[in-house]
Design a protein. Structure first.
Length: 247
């Protein structure tokens, strides 16, 4: 594991490995994790195993304000994460890319596919959560809205971690909406995997994405008894099956 300082001046850990054999596939998997998560859990580990098995290059990284950089979380927003993923595509990966994005990472992957259409040859969305900032504020209570206006953030204390949603995150999200358009300029093949027991992302969102992207090459997999994390064995098998379609 290495660390890298991006143009946004945030420093996070990443892993980038290349195929060792001469029979190289012609693309790299770029894995982007979810909100208040990291790229070192079960899903990315299984994706890594798949890449090693098939001699596929993989780049996985911590979003600014996450993982080793968690202390700076409140300084981050959608624009910073967008700049980070585009910088990785522009500076640190050569050739074609297949994006794999979980939750927030799915939104950022869609943004990347829109902005770098010549480089992106496929996208796998794992409980992809485009425009979640709008969804979040729809369910904010009057007291939480007042808290946001007074302190510039809303805090959600939990057992192991306190989730914080800042005003700058909400505002930057509103600058990067994708589902506010009737058609989305994504032309590459897409596989969307979504649990129907997901309490964070409504499974209908996957269908809405499929309806609005311009590509006709879209597969939506709805997993009836699976939640948001998509890390049970059944979900992992569906993720790896989705990756197989790009070989």
């Amino acid at each position: 594991m290495l660390s890298r300082t991006y143009d946004t001046e945030f420093t996070t850990n990443f892993e980038y490995f290349m195929p060792k054999s001469d029979n190289k596939q012609k693309f790299t998997i770029l894995y982007t994790h979810g909100f208040c998560s990291d790229p070192w859990g079960k899903k990315p580990e299984e994706v890594k195993k798949w890449c090693l098995k098939h001699d596929i290059a993989m780049y996985r990284y911590e979003l600014a304000g996450h993982g080793s950089d968690a202390a700076r979380f409140e300084e981050t927003d959608i624009n910073i994460w967008k700049a980070q993923i585009l910088e990785i595509i522009d500076k640190y990966i050569e050739g074609d890319i297949v994006l794999v994005g979980s939750s927030l990472g799915g939104w950022l992957s869609m943004i990347a596919a829109i902005n770098r259409p010549d480089r992106i040859k496929g996208l796998v969305g794992l409980a992809a959560a485009p425009d979640f900032t709008i969804d979040h504020m729809k369910y904010a209570t009057p007291a939480q809205i007042e808290e946001m206006e007074k302190f510039g953030k809303i805090s959600y204390p939990g057992q192991n971690i306190t989730f914080t949603v800042t005003k700058r995150l909400i505002d930057s999200g509103n600058e990067n909406l994708v589902l506010d358009k009737e058609s989305i300029d994504i032309f590459c093949p897409i596989v969307l995997i979504q649990g129907m027991q997901d309490t964070s992302v409504d499974w209908h969102k996957a269908v809405k994405i499929a309806e609005r992207v311009k590509t006709n090459d879209v597969i939506v997999k709805l997993l009836k008894n699976t939640g948001h994390r998509l890390n049970d064995d059944f979900a992992i098998n569906e993720i790896l099956s989705a990756l197989d379609t790009f070989l």
